[in-house]
Design a protein around this ligand. Sequence first.
Ligand code: URA
Length: 286
Amino acid sequence: MSGRREILLHEMGLGPVWKLRQALRVPAPPLSADLPSAAIVETPAAQPSPADLVLDYAAAFEGGDDTFAEPDFGTAVEPVAAADSRREIIMRMDWPQLREAVADCTACALSGTRRNTVFGVGNPSAPWMIIGEAPGAEEDARGDPFVGQAGQLLDAMLLSVGLQRSRDVFIANVLKCRPPGNRNPEPDEVARCLPHLLRQVALVKPRLILLMGRFAAHAMLETDASIASLRGRVHQVAATPAIVTYHPAYLLRTPLDKAKSWEDLVFARATWRGLQSLSGDPISTA
Ligand code: URA
């Protein structure tokens, strides 16, 4: 273990007990069959032109499409046909279209209180995707995810297993806008924002997804099980292996659980390396 890694682990509150004695090269554990996978729509083979998509999307919001209702923030549940239509449009977007759609989104009331949308950051073809909950005050001010205290801890956690934010991961949140006062996301906000995240997953095509905290786990695995019960297993988001761990903000409040999150990271790395060796790909990081 490098001195730098040791310092990072020390900052995370983890002692030498967590040192790895040998490189882990275990095959991936079997994917759990007992959990429902998230409803990620496959990218359709025939792509509409970018101009068509932008027009469809704008028309949907402007009421030019009968199947799409104007956003009604007073209504808890978006009409099913409208939600389906909007999701289908989003699931056909490329990166620039998706960025623009998120930046202009007014699908829920958070658009009225945000300073910036927080799209996501990192390598758009990264092998790992990290999914958090929602932007906080600093993320809202800067427009990037995980730039506050929780973000510093996340960077240290990633570095402890050899992953760099800009190179090895793409980081995104369930919500792209800050809930005022850092309150929990509302179910309707999650439902309206989720298509953006599902499209990001489909575009990044990560080898492994790390779900941080209960909002990410619940939204992507369609469950309301506890984090404790979801840890230590390989789930699936569409066909992608997904591992659940604690949210860095929770770890800041509950430092004793940092050791468990380290176990989760080591498990995630071992799973990823197992997948790499099964696919014959070179192991380039971690
Ligand atoms: N917490 C999150 O879940 N996401 C962020 O971007 C920042 C804090």
